[in-house]
Design a protein around this ligand. Structure first.
Ligand code: NAD
Length: 335
């Protein structure tokens, strides 16, 4: 099967080539993102393979369809970048990689909590300059604190388990009760109660119409003053402008982001010699109590290997008319 692979980095190529060896699939790599302007590049391919910041919106999907594309394979868990309803209308199948290493993301989310709380990046920079002072580096024990996990699925469930291991009281908010969470004593509560009680809030729900800007001016006002907010889910789950306001007022004590609402303009590219025109992102980067990384929570050897293998298996199954366990169900995007 011929597949056009968008937003390709050298590591994608390495792992996908290895997974595709012997399958007969012909993978055509493009560094550019998929958008309605680049969708024509896939002409003649039966499949496209996309990542988190590609834009498989209705116009892009229509161009893909005209070019012969039958299947869109997301090499990620989230599928908010695909207009799934339009794909269904056009008869394009959408597959994703629902679980490649929830551990990678869960461990990273906890890494952000520790790095922020204990000011580790700041301390490293200081020590490199020969400054061994501890002023401004005081953190707090996680032991005995309350952590709120919004979305207790595969990743959130593991975050709950790790934080439970630190001795936190863990609150969960989800319409789906994860038995692995209740087994360790996670208490499920409404969002308002979770926000009011938690010293640390970590977001692990998908981006859906219901979770779009779930954290906004009103919900931020319900958080415990000085609490920490961690987002490794999708940028638009947070109203970033409102978060900047909460940081300025001191209402929000710490912010750790691996995702950002407007990340597709910047993430995965080198802007170190260029001007960041996004004033919200630029402002966020000035706060001492904010840590931002460029969507790297998933980025482990294990995860990238699993992603490549799952994508290639989906393409093979599609080609052979076999069942597609990772097919996206359009009904799943409405909670
Ligand atoms: P999952 O489907 O296993 O779990 C998501 C959970 O969120 C489900 O239990 C669902 O019921 C719950 N949920 C949905 N809407 C909710 C709402 N309004 N309030 C509370 N809970 C809600 O998914 P997962 O594998 O745990 O991944 C979660 C998200 O993490 C993905 O959708 C993706 O956006 C993000 N993600 C980010 C990275 C990264 O590198 N930063 C990597 C992988 C996944």
């Amino acid at each position: 099967m011929r597949a056009a692979v968008f937003s390709t980095k050298p590591y994608d190529r390495r792992f996908l080539d290895a997974a595709a060896e012997g399958t007969g699939h012909e993978l055509r790599y493009f560094e550019t993102r998929l958008t309605r302007d680049t969708a024509g590049l896939a002409r003649g391919s039966a499949a496209v393979c996309i990542f988190v910041n590609d834009e498989a919106d209705a116009p892009a999907l229509q161009i893909l369809k005209e070019g012969g594309v039958q299947v869109v394979a997301c090499r990620c868990a989230g599928f908010n970048q695909v207009d799934v309803q339009e794909a269904q209308k056009l008869g394009i199948t959408v597959v994703r990689v629902p679980a490649y290493s929830p551990h990678a993301v869960a461990e990273y989310a906890v890494g952000l909590i520790l790095a922020l709380n204990r000011h580790i990046p700041r301390a490293c920079n200081r020590v490199r300059e020969g400054n061994f002072s501890l002023d401004g580096l005081m953190g707090f024990d996680l032991f005995g604190k309350t952590a709120g996990v919004v979305g207790t699925g595969k990743i959130g469930g593991l975050v709950a388990k790790i934080l439970h291991g630190f001795g936190c009281e863990v609150l969960g908010h989800d319409s789906y009760i994860n038995p692995d969470c209740t087994a360790i004593g996670v208490r499920y509560v409404g969002l308002d109660e979770l926000l009011a009680a938690s010293d640390v809030v970590s977001l692990h729900c998908p981006l859906t119409p219901a979770t779009n800007q779930l954290i906004n001016e009103a919900t931020l006002a319900k958080m415990k003053p000085g609490a920490m907010l961690i987002n490794t889910s999708r940028g638009a789950v947070i109203d970033t402008g409102a978060v900047v306001g909460a940081l300025k007022s001191g209402r929000l004590g710490y912010l750790g982001l691996d995702v950002y609402e407007e990340e597709e303009q910047y993430f995965f590219e080198d802007f170190s010699s260029r001007v960041i025109e996004d004033d919200v992102l630029a402002r966020l980067l000035t706060f001492p109590n904010v840590l931002i990384t460029g969507h790297q929570a998933f980025f482990t050897r294990e995860a990238i290997g699993n992603i490549a293998q799952t994508v290639v298996d989906s393409l093979s199954n599609f080609e052979k008319g076999l069942p597609l366990p990772n097919k996206v169900d359009p009904a799943a995007i409405v909670l």
